[in-house]
Design a protein around this ligand. Structure first.
Ligand SMILES: [Zn+2]
Length: 527
């Protein structure tokens, strides 16, 4: 195979040039390193980049090469020039200007990558942008340097300098947002909770990393991780993703569950003495407002982006039943006080109507589940502009698989008691105009089933476009992340695509074909 080379001169003072991508006829490759030196040579066949006659890099991404690549098919994108352009670098710039390659397809990004650095032109057969009430037909979406730069008519020619993805048969949406997941957790543990006592750091790191990757590839480019028994692994994967060293969504993490002893977030099990519970599992356990304040401060110090209180009993617990309070209003107020000091939000796990009222009056920003709220509690939620995150699908999943997987009977009963009741609250809350963000309780539900909830939301009365907004703009607004959630000029280039029209058939959301985050492609249509 012939080696294809492009050569040019950088600033010969040695000030240097940073190159982000190299584009050949086999697609776009990400080269995050910075290079300095007067001479630059890129060998597309070997992926070696030579500077000043010395080989600087042996790029380790696997290549999908074609025979007979041409020099005109090779371009580089300059991320940053350390000095103003000078005559010394003119020959190099001329090579760039003369590059007239036909559009190439984007390549899949892989670890390590430079987050939010991608550039791509995407033609969408249909575009749901997260803002408009109607979908638009045939749009050309330009993402440059990680952000949406332009949205043109689909008739416009794609820019010659960007990789091009023709999704003329697909519907594009903003990168999806799930406001209720637990990335360190999986459903199978409900069969035997004592497994939590024996999990190693390696187990936890692997589970969290895998769940983050699956979540991204399912189309969710941003999530709220509403507590975990092992929050440090969620912080770790959050930070590795944002450094480009792991695949996954943008993550807001709540840290540990803030919960009473034996409460919905405390892994106390029948037949086991409390002394058997590893201390690492109980960092959020507290009994008084003072202890909750301390636990909240610890969570913030350790890296929490917001706080989660377990206000009432839980379905997946052996403690107090979901319909009864666990924390008191003053316990929740103590947590809200700490959050406000740090400019953070608080969300409350709530099934019971009394807990819903206590949490709203304590000043929380949102309620999770909200399954058993009475009309008085729903009215209070509306009056205080509190947002709901309602996992209205997973009750069906638990009902379908729980017995066969050996879930405890108490869990099955609690699931039954909260499933239809929650769907009725959902209908009432939506009719009142209460904001409801998309949240599946990923971990009760397998993480690859993130898109399975849209259907039932529409079935229970939500307009299809509102269901799409619940997982895009509405969620982004609630999370205080105005940079994501919509295909809008200036926002981060997070975009997914599905086959079919999700406004007519929400089943298509179960199988996201394309995932682009920050302009980098993480999933592309299979050939
Ligand atoms: Zn949950």
């Amino acid at each position: 195979m012939p080696a294809c080379l492009v050569t040019g001169r950088c600033d010969d003072s040695g000030a240097g040039i940073q190159i982000r991508t190299i584009r050949g006829d086999d697609g776009l490759r990400v080269i995050p390193q910075q290079f300095t030196g007067p001479e630059i040579a890129i060998d597309i066949a070997t992926h070696r980049l030579a500077l000043g006659g010395k080989t600087a890099v042996n790029h380790d991404r696997p290549a999908r090469r074609k025979q007979g690549c041409e020099i005109r098919g090779l371009c580089v994108t300059i991320l940053h020039m350390h000095r103003p352009l000078s005559l010394h670098i003119l020959p190099f710039v001329l090579i760039l200007a003369g590059c007239n390659a036909p559009p190439v397809s984007p390549s899949l990004a892989s670890v390590p990558f430079v987050p939010d650095s991608g550039s791509v032109a995407v033609r969408c057969g249909t575009l749901i942008d997260g803002l408009a009430d109607d979908a638009a037909e045939n749009r050309l979406v330009i993402i440059r340097d990680g952000r949406f730069e332009r949205i043109d008519s689909g008739e416009a020619p794609p820019p010659a300098d960007l990789p091009y993805l023709d999704l003329g048969e697909l519907t594009c949406l903003p990168g999806l947002i799930n406001t209720h997941v637990h990335l360190a957790d999986i459903p199978e543990r409900a069969s035997d909770y004592s497994v939590y006592y024996r999990l190693t750091d390696t187990d936890n790191a692997r589970t969290t990393t895998e769940n983050a990757e699956v979540t991204l590839l399912t189309g969710f480019t941003t999530v709220r991780n509403v507590g975990d028994y092992f929050p440090q692994f969620v912080y770790d994967v959050r930070d590795r993703i944002s450094a480009g060293n792991a695949l996954g969504p943008r993550i807001q993490a709540a840290g540990p569950y803030l919960t009473i002893p034996g409460g919905g977030g405390d892994m106390v099990l029948p037949g086991y003495d409390e002394s058997e519970i590893p201390a690492a599992l109980r960092t959020g356990v507290a009994s008084t407002p003072e202890e909750f304040e301390d636990a909240a401060r610890r969570a913030v110090a350790n890296g929490a982006d917001f706080l989660k209180v377990m206000a009432s009993g839980a379905v997946f617990s052996f403690g107090i039943e979901p319909g009864s309070p666990e924390m008191h209003q003053d316990d929740i107020e103590a947590v809200v006080k700490v959050a406000r000091e740090h400019g953070l939000q608080v969300t409350a796990h709530v099934h019971s109507a009394q807990s819903g009222k206590d949490a709203v009056l304590a000043g929380v920003d949102s309620l999770e589940h909200a399954s058993l709220l009475d009309d008085e509690a729903i009215a209070l939620v509306a009056e205080h502009n509190v947002t709901l995150s309602m996992d209205v699908y997973n009750g069906t999943y638990t009902e379908n698989v729980g017995r066969e997987q050996g879930y405890p009977e108490i869990v099955m009963q609690r699931n039954f008691d909260t499933t239809e009741a929650q769907r009725i609250v959902f209908e009432k809350a939506y009719a009142l105009g209460i904001p409801i963000t998309y949240g599946t309780d990923g971990a009760v539900l397998p993480h690859h089933m993130g898109g399975w909830q849209f259907g039932i939301m529409v079935e229970r009365g939500m307009k299809p476009m509102d269901a799409m907004k619940s997982a895009t703009t509405l969620a982004a607004d609630h999370m205080g992340m105005p940079d994501v959630g919509a295909v809008e000029v200036g926002r981060l280039g997070d975009l997914v695509a599905v086959r079919g029209n999700p406004l007519e058939d929400q089943e298509v959301m179960k199988d996201v074909a394309v995932v682009i985050k920050g302009g980098l492609a993480f999933k592309l249509p299979s050939e």
